[in-house]
Design a protein around this ligand. Structure first.
Ligand SMILES: Nc1ncnc2c1ncn2[C@@H]1O[C@H](COP(=O)(O)OP(=O)(O)OP(=O)(O)O)[C@@H](O)[C@H]1O
Length: 364
């Protein structure tokens, strides 16, 4: 699996850009604000049909223009593939695979397995449960289409149920039958989501523990726990009955798999509350590498890895360790962004000769 060429039209700060990539390691270098992250984000677009950093498509169009195109030439399982994502203001985003338009962008997810490591990953530890759910859903969905469809349906029903609760409050009315319609449908979907998340954590935890051990030298024991209101309840319908008064009062659904979370622990204690900065960073990198292993296992080929700006945010030892892991394991295609060309080249060169430096400052 590799990206051979990327062409951008009116994408963020690039009016037009054509790049050819190395099959192994690509170092995107150049000064701050030159567009290194934007190129990684364009690659992310090819895999997910959307930006990792900015979900508002119109803001990804180059200022002053009214459309963007991200066009990639790839090789997937020894077949040439062309993926094109385009967006015009006021219209629906279009995603094409070999000139054929997808009916739903979600049908594309999983074709290009990809792992992105960025300084914002620390949100996974520091922020609320939504960030961790998104991470978990993203990993599972890349290998399981039915799961993706189920969470999309669940989240649509959740919005409709919340709208109904609001409607009851605004109109001072209540109809248990109409609420039951949502409860029943969400109950069935929640059962699937719960089972698949449970199964995922069971497989993922030992992979994560192994990665953490390799990164930290094996001093501490880490764990990953799936927390769900469904752990202590028969099913979601039972939870809905218990929470009905609260839901009506608050005008939104207070129970369900949209409240699930992942608990990260080191030696039995919360990584967020008790982990040192170094332990938190190691846990995060282990999570991302475990994501890589998990995807590689289910896909049967190596995912693409994007490393955004990690030199500035991680100490050099950790970065060198990541690059070594990547090169020694023959990891597949890797894209690294950094402001310092020499720093990146030195680290990469010490592990492999198979790399390409792409200096964006020279492309201006
Ligand atoms: N829609 C847009 N139109 C034009 N320029 C944009 C748009 N969105 C972002 N930019 C510009 O892109 C630049 C940021 O690019 P990017 O984040 O990729 O830089 P970088 O090379 O990764 O920088 P750093 O080294 O600071 O992380 C900024 O100059 C920003 O103004």
């Amino acid at each position: 699996m590799q990206i051979n060429k990327l062409s951008l039209l009116n994408y963020k700060n690039f009016s037009q850009l054509d790049l050819n990539f190395n099959a192994h390691i690509n170092c995107l270098v150049g000064q701050n604000g030159i567009g290194k992250t934007n190129i990684l984000d364009a690659i992310y677009h090819l895999a997910f049909g959307k930006s990792y950093y900015n979900p508002i498509s119109s803001q990804n169009i180059h200022h002053g223009d009214d459309f963007f195109v991200v066009d990639g030439a790839l090789e997937i399982s020894d077949k040439n593939e062309r993926i094109v994502v385009s967006f015009k203001k006021g219209q629906k985003k279009v995603l094409k695979r070999n000139a054929k338009i997808y009916d739903k962008i979600s049908d594309h997810i999983g074709l290009i397995p990809l792992v992105i490591i960025t300084p914002t990953d620390r949100d996974l530890i520091l922020e609320g449960s939504e960030t961790r759910r998104k991470f978990m859903d993203g990993v599972i969905a890349q290998g399981d289409k039915q799961y993706l469809e189920t969470i999309l349906k669940y989240s649509k029903l959740l919005s409709q149920r919340n709208a109904l609760l609001k409607y009851f409050a605004v109109n001072r009315t209540f109809n248990s039958d109409s609420l039951a319609v949502y409860n029943d449908q969400m109950n069935d979907l929640a059962e699937v989501i719960y089972e698949k998340r449970q199964a995922f954590v069971k497989i993922f935890e030992p992979i994560l523990q192994k990665r953490y051990k390799d990164i930290s030298g094996g001093r501490e024991q880490i764990s990953l726990h799936y927390k769900s209101q469904l752990n202590d309840s028969e099913n979601l319908n039972a939870l809905f009955v218990e929470a009905q008064q609260k839901d009506l009062q608050r005008q939104y659904s207070t129970v369900g798999t949209h409240k699930d979370d992942l608990k990260f622990k080191i030696n039995g204690h919360s990584v967020k509350k008790f982990g040192s900065q170094g332990q938190q960073k190691s846990y995060l990198i282990a999570l991302k590498f475990a994501q890589y292993d998990f995807l590689k296992n289910i896909k049967g080929f190596k995912p693409i890895v994007l490393l955004d700006d990690i030199f500035d945010k991680l100490d050099e030892n950790r970065v060198a360790q990541i690059i070594q892991m990547v090169t020694h394991e023959d990891m597949g295609q890797l894209f690294i962004s950094d402001t310092h060309a020499e720093r990146t080249e030195d680290v990469v060169k010490s592990s492999t000769e198979n790399y390409k430096m792409i200096n964006l400052s020279e492309k201006e």
